[in-house]
Every structure is written in C-alpha cells, then in structure tokens.
Design a protein around this ligand. Sequence first.
Ligand code: URA
Length: 425
Amino acid sequence: MKFSAVELIIKKREHQALTTDEINWLVDAYTKGAVADEQMSAMAMAILLNGMEREEIRDLTMAMIASGERLDFSGLSAKTADKHSTGGVGDKITLPLAPLVASYGVAVPQLSGRGLGHTGGTLDKLEAIPGWQASLSNTELYSQLAEIGAVICAAGAGLAPADRKLYSLRDVTGTVEAIPLIASSIMSKKIAEGTSALVLDVKVGSGAFMKTLDRATELAKVLVQLGQDAGVKTSALLTDMSTPLGFKIGNALEVEESVEVLTGGGPKDVVELTVELAKEMLMHVGITGVDPTENLNNGKAMDIWRKMITAQGGDLDAPMAKAKEWHTIRASSSGFVFQLDALALGVSSWRLGAGRERKEDAVQFGAGIELHHQVGDEVAAGDALMTLYTDTPEKFERAIEIAESGISISEAMPAERKLILGKIS
Ligand code: URA
C-alpha cells in the first residue's frame, strides 16, 4: 500500500491539505474496496468539518472521473450543452428544457438520476409515461443524440463509480452537505459525460441543499471553476427554492405540467426558468439573440419531445397513472398566501409516495401535490389551497400534518418572488 487511510484521515482531521497522489490513491483504493466504508465515512466527515482547498477539490473531482469511463461526443456534428440542477421541489425543468434547446440544433445529453429524499428525480418522472425506458447503451445514447438531438437517460454505472459509492455513504452518514463533496460529485459526472457546455441551476432556500444565498454562491463558484478548469464552458444561475416550482409536485403530475410548458402554456415561474436556462445554454454554444419562448409556442420543442420520448419506448397517448385517493387542504383564514414552504411540501409529497425511503423502493407515479395557489395569491377562508394524492390513504395523516406546517396565510402581502437570484460565470 502506498498510503495509509488512517494517516490520511488524521491529516484531514488536523486541517492539512491532501496531495494529488494521496487523493488519487484514496479514491482508487476506496473504489476497489481496499479502503473500508467506515474509513471513507470518517474522511467524508473530516472534509465536511474542515473543508478542502481548491486544488484538493479539483484533484478529488479528477480522481472520481478517472474511476470510470469518459464519454466522447466530439464526433457529433452538433455542439453539446447540458444543464444540472442541484435539486428542488417541483423542479421538472429538465423535461421541457432538453427538447427546447435541441430545437435550436444543439445536442443535449441529459444524464439524470432518481430522487432520494424530498427532491424528485428526473428518471422517476419520465417513468410515469407508460413504456418509457431510462437505460440506454452508450451506442443508443449516441445515435439518439445524433438523430433527435435530445436524450434524457440514466447515467450508466461506468460513469464516476467512485461517486456512486461515496454518494450512498454520504447519504447515511450526515455528510451530504459538504461543498467539496457536492461539487466533486456533481462535476465528476458532468465532466465524464463529455458535454462541451454546462449550465448549473444552483438552488437556494428551504427546499435546497444550500439554505442561504452565501452558501449557494460559494458552491456555484466552486462548480463553475471546476468546469472551466476541465475545459467545459460552465456558468451557474442561482435560483429560488423557498417555495416549489410550478403548481405540481410528483412524477406524473410534473410530466403533465411540463407538457403544458411545451405547448406554450404552463406556470409563469416554470416557463421563466426554462427560458433563462435555455438562453444560457444556447449562449455557450454561440447562439445568441433568440427568444426560446418562440420554440415553446410554435411547437418545435414539442416535436423533439415527442421524438425523444417515443425513441425510448414512451407512449404519449397512453394515460399516465392517477392516484386513487385525494384530500384537499383549505385555507384556514382569509388573506394572502404568505408561505408555501418547499421543504415541507417536498417531504409531504415524498411521504405520499412520490419519492422513496430506500433506493430499492418503488415510487407511486400518481402520488404528489397539486397547488391551487402560489405565494402572493389572495384567498378566502375555506378556499382550496392544495390537493394531496396517493394510492395509500394511511399516508394522508402525516403528509397533511407536514404540508400544513409549511403553509402560512397573512393579512400582509408578501414581497414578490424573485426567481433568478444571481449568476456566476
Ligand atoms: N447531486 C449530486 O450528484 N451529488 C451531490 O453530492 C449533491 C447533488
């Protein structure tokens, strides 16, 4: 053995920086099983508590990339651009965004994940479409990208396997929120995926990993630097996640809302974020001066959506699952909807069955929450505020309690929501 895991843990515990060789050895030995889970857990906690310098974060990212394969889209005639969100509630933006950007001739390889905890996963949402398959071989991915221009599929097991192993460990050891670990986890997958441009949607607020603008800004700067160091054109938007995006939370519900956006309708906030992220992705590949709203309104993005879903076996004419039971929460007083807390509604939707408790659990495609109002709306006592859906009514009691804890109605009108809070480039 070249190094000792215990010595490296102690070094990080004592606030010292790890060298490139030490990090390469650690990640390689952990991926192969020579460093034990308990040792990597201690290291993750030491990193969470004591941080890492920029060089260490870059080394960690590169070592995680080297643990697996790298995709190469340089043979495509179109330029590639991708988007990554740090995760939020009602965040279905990838669904309309990928076909929208592809409708301008850009190749969009959107390798996505499943939800764990209160934030939903893109693959779980698309699997609500009967027949849709998340797994594609690298050859299928490449040819769909060449023929249709957009692919949303599961990131293969070969991409950054060290991250896969470390992420599961962090999830059960209270070490998810460390900026060096989040940044290297996200960027190792995105750089290995081989996109030439990347736009990050870094969420801020109760429903996000980063609860404050300062922390989110710090994360965004690290992410952008890592991308640029690796030769990927990278920028980040900081966006509000204090309240859910749109009116629908849950798998089939979010597909429905995405289709509304693709037919030129949909909630104002979902449309605004889709359009802003599309502009940013297009700008990185040299397309400026277009208004992406046009291709939402004229059906061009919808055409790509249909082709993209059908190519992966999805039947867009078949009905999606609907929950068997529902419960409506009504306003307890008259006034302005002051708060609809993203975390409370995300956890409530998860408890209703839209998300999973353990990785191996199945999700209920029809479960979730439909909001009838957003923050700032005026309501009268007794008005319907939201409807909760599930197939398992025994889940209602706890889910209602959690959702209600996130609602407040006030006589004062809340400040208007600012969706885009900043940009790092
Ligand atoms: N998303 C990831 O892929 N990794 C993290 O650590 C956090 C969010």
